[in-house]
Design a protein around this ligand. Structure first.
Ligand SMILES: [Zn+2]
Length: 415
């Protein structure tokens, strides 16, 4: 569904809007409800090892019980993808940072609510020589996958044969009829198979999820907002899905939360607020956005499963106005955050983040700090710091909406 509902004042055409909205709601109501399985019911993976053995590279992983396993290869970048049902990975988050032989690194994690994935990155073409789920004594499982060097032609033909199934879209949350509160969408970055920055045993995906959940709780407590999360558990959500969820939820504001480790320097620290734009304000921001935009590919998605760009003059106008509102909110954030947490020396920047690409929703991305800075990493993990920073973001959201004349919201309440 690619219906475009402009959320900007002066562009709304009530007749068209309500027809589109009604169609959208009908489509969404038909969507199946999410399966709710507690992650404690999943088989547990406890140990992952990769080793070179002659001209083979072997990955082994211990599991509390055997599960189905499907292997495939994908080109550009060259990867081997192992699909499994949901698995609770109790493996050190940094375990896959070092590979062996022609495997440069690997990742593992939940890919959707009911699927897990392991992705191995290849520095040279290779094929799956053996992929097996062994049943051990006591009912335990052991995953054994062996890879063997191959020619480029062999690899390409295997990749063409076995494209992994595209990820099923997570269900969207449409705005209920009669809902008059502002909808704020909180987007904790990364998740599942994509850990984001990893320093020691701390991963960005868990830091930003904790932050996002607390922000949701605080905003909900005020009663003034309707809150939607792009993820509220440790799972992977493609970038385009985050934008789609926000649009289908009828978001008035989209807040993406990150805590990256961009710089080599341990000295660089502090929070930064980003808005989206084609041209980055500086080289560091451009690098960061390029890396964030790689998230889908690194998780094993095809680059072709891409967000559809919405074209047209009306959209250009909407986009420009939306950007103005994004900037207003970003300045609010810098002001409020600056009052309570350490900010980066250039705290307000922009770059081409795909997750900030909704043409009709004011969107910002907050980098809470640098995981590469020992001081920041410590703060990011501290409940006291988190509470202060969440209060600052909340107050920026309050003052943004208190100005009244926010994006399009001279508009109606509800479809
Ligand atoms: Zn990030």
């Amino acid at each position: 569904m690619t219906a475009v509902l402009p959320r900007v004042a002066g562009l709304a055409r009530p007749g068209l809007r309500s027809r589109l909205a009604a169609a959208l709601v009908a489509a969404l109501l038909a969507a199946p409800a999410p399966a709710q399985t507690p992650s404690s019911a999943f088989p547990v993976a406890t140990d992952a090892r990769i080793e070179q053995d002659g001209d083979l590279v072997r990955l082994t992983m211990a599991l509390s019980r055997p599960v189905d396993l499907a292997a495939s290869v994908v080109a550009g970048p060259d990867r081997v993808i192992l699909d499994l049902p949901s698995v609770n990975f109790q493996v050190q988050p940094g375990a896959g940072r070092k590979g062996a032989g022609f495997v440069s690194a690997f990742r593992f994690g939940l890919f959707t609510a009911d699927r897990a994935r392991i992705v191995l990155y290849l520095s040279q073409p290779a094929l799956v020589a053996r992929s097996e789920m062994r049943t051990l004594r006591g009912g335990f499982g052991e995953l054994v996958v062996e890879l063997k060097r191959a020619t480029r032609a062999q690899f390409e033909s295997a990749a063409a044969r076995a494209a992994p199934a595209p990820s099923p879209a997570p269900p969207a949350v449409a705005k209920p009829a009669g809902e008059t509160r502002r909808t704020v969408v909180i987007d904790p970055g990364h998740g599942g198979i994509d850990p984001g920055a990893v320093v020691a045993a701390i991963s960005e995906k868990s830091v930003v999820l904790a932050f996002g959940l607390l922000l949701k709780e605080q905003l909900e407590a005020s009663g003034a907002y309707r809150l939607v999360m792009t993820r509220d558990e440790d799972r992977f959500v493609p970038l385009a899905e985050r934008v789609r969820l926000a649009r289908e939820a009828g978001a008035d504001l989209f807040v993406s939360i990150h805590a990256d480790s961009l710089t080599q320097s341990r000295e660089v620290r502090g929070a930064t607020v980003y808005t989206g734009s084609e041209r980055a304000t500086d080289a560091e921001s451009a690098t960061l956005a390029a890396r964030e935009n790689q998230a889908d590919v690194l998780a094993g998605l095809d680059a072709a499963e891409d967000v559809q760009d919405v074209a047209g003059i009306l959209m250009d106008l909407a986009r420009r106005e939306t950007r103005t509102f994004s900037s207003v909110f970003a300045r609010n954030l810098v002001e409020k955050l600056g009052g309570s947490v350490k900010m980066h020396k250039v705290p307000l920047r922009s770059a081409g983040f795909r997750v900030l690409s909704a043409p009709d929703i004011p969107s910002v991305l907050i980098e809470l700090g640098y995981m590469s800075s020992p001081k920041d990493a410590e703060l990011l993990n501290s409940p006291v710091w988190r509470t202060q920073a969440v209060a600052a973001v909340r107050s920026a959201i309050d003052s943004y909406f208190a100005r009244g004349a926010v994006a399009g919201k001279a508009r109606e309440s509800g479809p």
